[in-house]
Structure formats: C-alpha cells, structure tokens
Design a protein around this ligand. Structure first.
Ligand SMILES: [Zn+2]
Ligand SMILES: [Zn+2]
Length: 132
C-alpha cells in the first residue's frame, strides 16, 4: 500500500504497490499538465486504487480521448491518470507521500523530450533555492 496527496491536502489517495518501473514521461501533454520538462510516473492496479479523501473534490481533464488526468482543482496537483478502458491506473509519483525504494528506471515518450535532461550530470547544485 502506498499513499499520496495534493499540495493543499484536500485530496488523498491510497494505492496498491506500483506494478511497473518508474518512468520519466517526456510526452508533450505531461509537459503541459505538470508544467515540467518530464514527469515521474508508474502503473498500479486499478482495483487497488481509491480516493481516501476529497473524492467529491478531485476533478479530471480528458487530455486525449479516453485518457483522464485527475487533479486537485483547488491547488492544481496532478494525482493520477487513467485510460478508462485499462485495468491499471497511472500514479503521478511526485504526489506520493510514501517514500519509495525505487528510482526512475526508464524514459518514455522521448520523441517529445526537451533539452532539460542533458545537463544534469555536471550541473552545480544547491541545497535550497538559487544563491543570493
Ligand atoms: Zn489540493
Ligand atoms: Zn506523459
């Protein structure tokens, strides 16, 4: 069992353990939905997923016919996506509160990838925000 929630705390979910490696998704719709270069994502069984809080609050956007992206309409956090005809859901790994042992293992939708990954190895890093 793993648990996740949105930024404002209005929506919580519980899920059975992940059923796939964690992938970094570079698709264009993830870039837009998450306002990010890519999005950590993984599959979990649909019958193991439930909204633990905020079931009447959480909203969906159908980004592709048959694909719903569920998010909190108060704070905007992306929580889960689903193809309505599939028996697995797509967990937005960044919304998990459970600390996972797994690291991302694959890249998906590299045809849409921006240049945001390439510099990672050599980048200067800071514990918090930009230096003053
Ligand atoms: Zn929220
Ligand atoms: Zn994607």
């Amino acid at each position: 069992m793993i648990k996740g929630s949105c930024l404002c705390g209005a929506v919580h979910y519980e899920s059975a353990d992940l059923a796939s490696p964690i992938g970094l998704c570079h698709c264009r719709t993830c870039q837009k939905a998450h306002a990010s270069g890519y999005n950590p994502t993984a599959l979990a069984p649909r019958d193991g997923f439930r909204w633990a809080k905020g079931e009447n609050t959480v909203a969906a956007f159908e980004s592709t016919p048959g694909k719903n992206r569920w998010f909190c309409p108060k704070c905007g956090t992306q929580l889960m996506a689903e193809w309505t005809d599939k028996d697995q859901v797509i967990i937005r790994v960044g919304s998990l509160d459970t600390i996972l042992d797994q690291q991302p293992a694959v890249h998906i939708y590299m045809d849409d990838a921006t240049g945001m990954l390439e510099a990672h190895e050599d980048m200067v890093s800071f514990a918090e925000s930009f230096p003053k």
